[in-house]
Write a protein that binds this ligand. Structure first.
Ligand code: N2P
Length: 364
């Protein structure tokens, strides 16, 4: 009898401490190079919540985990167009806004736009946003194309005779067909939001196949260091990541000068969203983390570190002027006119797009 009581007591204690542990943990899955050095430590120090932090560099990878139904994560960061169809698939918790007092800090105009993808902004809040343009090694590109050749054009990566001249120093592309296809469509003078599979398997595929021999690799994070070290010289990439390369090269004083370009033909604009998967075991902690990231000092620290703008207008005064005054980061109305958003793809075009991309990458 005594033994049984002790056992019961022991297991009750074990359960209680497991509960306490669960209450103090948070599993976050975010893009790589997408948070300040001290953000997580500051959150842990303020809340006592221990964060386990994993990174990805592809919406497809995140989506596969979300659709499997068991992510093991409490906070994830899909781009808004992916978020829209993931909401339809029912993978997120509805946010409890009573646990998000800093929600009022979000930019109302941006929230109104995002509500077209997430009605009532019920499932997500914006984290950071940016554009998909081109990073170049200024010196090496000028050596190959001549000082007078304009670099503010997608010709650098989409025109075979120009790409051929740059191939020896390395052209790279994001491994994200959902961004490259609209970018190619826009370059071709078509609607970047088109979901016409004839266009995809015709003009778009031909354009990409035409430059395929000149592409060194398709990857969505390696190019930051490669650009900074001078190992590649033209990368289709994300604004803040290329600006991190600019910064890393300058810090290294290695003679490499990197620049970020929003080409004159236009570039894609996207928003990355914080959301809580339905299987989250620590949803209160997830809300606490979202709320922390909507504090102006916290998110200003992130923007200062990763060179991406955020969705909290009052944080702007705490962001380095070097960043807020750069039209490639905070697009001026003139630049904005040239930006387009990506479509939300349905299953048919999604299958066609990834099939085309897989074939392209393998050189078929
Ligand atoms: C972070 C890049 C995230 C931007 N390195 C892609 N949406």
């Amino acid at each position: 009898m005594k033994t049984i009581k002790t056992l019961v007591l022991a297991s009750t204690c074990a359960m209680a401490s497991a509960g306490a542990l669960a209450e103090k943990t948070l599993n976050v899955y975010n893009w790589s190079d997408y948070i300040a050095e001290d953000t997580l430590a500051n959150f842990e120090a303020e809340t006592g919540i221990k964060v386990t932090y994993d990174v990805f560099d592809s919406n497809d990878v995140l989506e596969a985990k979300l659709l499997s139904g068991k992510t093991g994560y409490d906070v994830v960061v899909p781009s808004s167009t992916f978020l829209a169809r993931q909401i339809q698939a029912g993978v997120f918790l509805e946010l409890d806004k009573s646990k998000l007092p800093n929600h009022k800090n979000l930019d109302p105009a941006m929230m109104a736009k995002l509500a077209t993808l997430d009605p009532d902004n019920a499932h997500a809040v914006p984290y950071l946003w940016g554009t998909t343009g081109i990073g170049i090694n200024v010196g090496k590109v000028a050596e190959r194309l001549g000082e007078d050749m304009p670099t503010d054009t997608w010709d650098l990566v989409f025109k075979p005779e120009i790409a051929a001249k740059l191939a020896d120093c390395g052209i790279t592309m994001l491994d994200a067909w959902d961004e490259l296809v609209p970018t190619a469509l826009n370059y071709l003078g078509e609607d970047p939001k088109s979901t016409d599979t004839k266009l995809l398997d015709g003009k778009v595929k031909d354009l990409l196949n035409g430059v395929r021999p000149h592409i060194k690799y398709f990857h969505s994070s390696q190019y930051i260091n490669d650009l900074a070290n001078g190992d590649v010289c033209v990368s289709v990439g994300w604004s803040g990541d290329i600006l991190q390369a600019v910064d890393r090269a300058a810090e290294a004083e290695n003679g490499v000068e990197v620049a970020y370009i929003i080409p004159k033909e236009g570039a894609g604009l996207w928003f990355d969203m914080l959301a809580i998967p339905k299987d989250a075991s620590n949803s209160d902690n997830a809300h606490a983390f979202l709320d922390f990231l909507m504090r102006k000092d916290v998110i200003a620290g992130v923007s200062n570190y990763v060179w991406y703008p955020n969705a909290i207008p009052s944080s702007k005064e705490m962001i380095d002027e070097e960043i807020t005054s750069d039209p490639a980061i905070y697009p001026t109305p003139d630049v904005e006119k040239n930006l387009f958003t990506f479509p939300v793809y349905g299953p048919k075009f999604d299958r066609a797009g990834s099939r085309m991309w897989t074939a392209l990458k393998s050189g078929k």
